[in-house]
Each structure stands twice: as structure tokens, then as C-alpha cells.
Write a protein that binds this ligand. Structure first.
Ligand code: AMP
Ligand code: FE
Ligand code: FE
Ligand code: ZN
Length: 281
């Protein structure tokens, strides 16, 4: 069984529609794929339709943007939650609204040094999508300012750049609580991905575990090996599930579908723990 539990579509910052993503999953020889767009479940419907046509099993999911009190960005994956659970829906809507005004402010700042306008960036945002820096990066590529998203993220769009603006997001322990209340399974995404920025310490991990965290995404290209070993110890100590995933974004990132996989035994446990929605087969 080839199981990839972390992918993005044009509903957030991936470059392929949910239906094209599912076809790509079939072509990559995956048996099971989770669609985990940032702060949105809008892709679940079209992905489910495509999954049934292509014969790929779909785990409906989401990646919740979070922020600690000291401003560290954390992502929490949710699997099989109820997409209509009002407290969770309200929280992700608040993040999505904040992401939009934040992107507008970043483009305003960029406009002082580069010939970029909000209208340029809008061309790269699919209707209703969760807005992120990758959309600004795509616009910088079109304008010939950088060659690809990765280059944009190396300097212009990093958290250390003068153009960077933060946005509201819930504390990761709060996100875990909301995911659990919505019947979902909560997995800490790429917990030691230091290339993304600062990573959290034992204090925040402890708060997330106390809030009901159920798993750690360990096999992910952004987790360096020494960090993975520490994560394996934490998982063993606290009885957490461990997953592996690609974090595929289409052409937006070098990550390839199926480059990391999750075991069938772990998927079985995720399904058994979830009460908010069901796998599409
Ligand atoms: P934001 O959500 O606006 O904070 O932007 C973060 C998103 O940018 C992440 O979800 C990644 O998908 C994407 N990202 C981060 N680093 C890179 C990179 N080097 N190349 C392409 N995309 C990236
Ligand atoms: Fe992303
Ligand atoms: Fe992430
Ligand atoms: Zn992701």
C-alpha cells in the first residue's frame, strides 16, 4: 500500500486542481492520498469525485496554520474531521481573512522596490483559495523578478525580509483541541523543519500533547535526521502515531508525490480514531 498523507491543491498553494492532483496520485502509483490544503476543505468535493473515478482512496484533510505566543509558525494536520464543525470553521475563516489582508500588505511593501501590484498577484490565486506567500512568489516569477518559488523564498519572502508581515493564527494547542472536537485526528506537520523558520521546543509540544495531539509527521523532507530521532523518542514515550508524507504542491515545490509514505497500520489507526468524516473509496 502506497499512502501519502499530505498534499496541496489550488484550493490553497498547490498548482494543480483537486481533480488533477488525484490523477497525478494515480499516475504516481498511490493507493491512498490525503488532501490537506491550508485552512480549507473546499477541495474535498471535487477530490472525492475524482478519487472515485480514478480508483484512489481519499482521506479528506486540512493543514491548520498556527502561531505560538512567541510568533513561531506551526502547522497541524487534521484528518477526517467534520468540515461543518462551527468552532473550527470559524477559526480557519479568521486565519484565511488575516492571510488575505496580510498578503495585500506584503505586496504593498514589495511595491516600493519591485513593479508588483495586488492585481498581478490576484491572477495567481484561484477563486476562493487560501492566500499565501506562494501566490506572491508566482507573481514575482511572472514578472521575471525570480526564477521560481524557491528563489522567492530564499530572500524576498522569508520571515527575515523587510517585506514580511505576520498574520493571525490560533495557538497550536487550540488547533489540536478544535480538530479533536470536530472528530478529526491531529498530527503535528513537519515538527522540526528548521528551514521554514524557528521550530518549537518541548514546552509547546507538551501543550499540544496535553490538548490531544495524536501523531507526528516524521518522514518529511524538511525534517533533518537528528530531529527525526528525537521525534521517534517523543512518539514512543507518548504513544503517538508516526506518519510520512510528501507535502506535494504540484510545480510549486520540488516535493514529489509518494516520496515519503505512511504505513497501512498507521492509516488503519487514523481511520479508527476519526469520527468526523469518512474515507472516500
Ligand atoms: P504562508 O502560508 O504565506 O506563510 O507561506 C508558507 C507556504 O509557502 C508553505 O505552506 C509552503 O507551501 C510554501 N513554501 C515555503 N517555502 C517554500 C519554498 N522554498 N519553495 C516553495 N514554496 C515554499
Ligand atoms: Fe503550502
Ligand atoms: Fe506545512
Ligand atoms: Zn503542507
Amino acid at each position: 500500500m502506497r499512502i501519502d498523507l499530505h498534499t496541496h491543491s489550488t484550493v490553497s498553494d498547490g498548482t494543480e486542481s483537486p481533480a488533477v492532483l488525484i490523477r497525478a496520485a494515480r499516475d504516481a502509483g498511490l493507493d491512498v492520498i490525503a488532501l490537506t490544503d491550508h485552512d480549507s476543505t473546499a477541495g474535498w468535493g471535487p477530490a472525492a469525485e475524482a478519487a472515485q473515478v480514478e480508483g484512489v482512496a481519499l482521506i479528506p484533510g486540512m493543514e491548520v496554520s498556527c502561531r505560538t505566543d512567541s510568533g513561531i509558525s506551526v502547522h497541524v494536520l487534521s484528518y477526517l474531521h467534520n468540515p461543518l464543525h462551527a468552532p473550527l470553521v470559524e477559526e480557519i475563516q479568521r486565519s484565511r481573512d488575516a492571510r488575505l489582508s496580510r498578503a495585500e500588505r506584503m505586496v504593498e511593501r514589495l511595491g516600493a522596490d519591485y513593479p508588483i501590484t495586488w492585481a498581478d498577484v490576484q491572477e495567481h490565486i484561484a477563486e476562493g483559495a487560501t492566500v499565501g506567500r506562494p501566490h506572491i512568489a508566482d507573481s514575482l516569477v511572472t514578472l521575471g523578478i525570480v526564477s521560481d518559488r524557491s528563489e522567492a523564498f530564499r530572500h524576498i519572502l522569508t520571515a527575515a525580509s523587510p517585506y514580511w508581515v505576520g498574520h493571525y493564527a490560533p495557538h497550536p494547542a487550540r488547533a489540536v483541541e478544535l480538530i479533536r472536537a470536530a472528530g478529526g485526528v491531529a498530527v503535528f506537520a513537519h515538527p522540526v523543519a528548521s528551514a521554514r523558520g524557528r521550530v518549537v521546543g518541548d514546552d509547546v509540544v507538551g501543550q499540544m500533547i496535553d490538548a490531544g495531539l495524536q501523531g507526528l509527521e516524521i518522514e518529511h523532507r524538511d525534517n533533518p535526521e537528528p530531529g527525526r530521532q528525537e521525534l521517534r523518542r517523543i512518539a514512543a514515550r507518548h504513544g503517538l502515531l508516526t506518519t510520512g508524507s510528501s507535502d506535494y504542491h504540484g510545480e510549486g515545490k520540488p516535493n514529489r508525490l509518494g516520496e515519503n509514505l505512511t504505513s497501512a497500520a498507521v492509516l488503519e489507526q487514523i481511520e479508527a480514531l476519526a469520527t468526523g468524516s469518512v474515507v472516500v473509496r
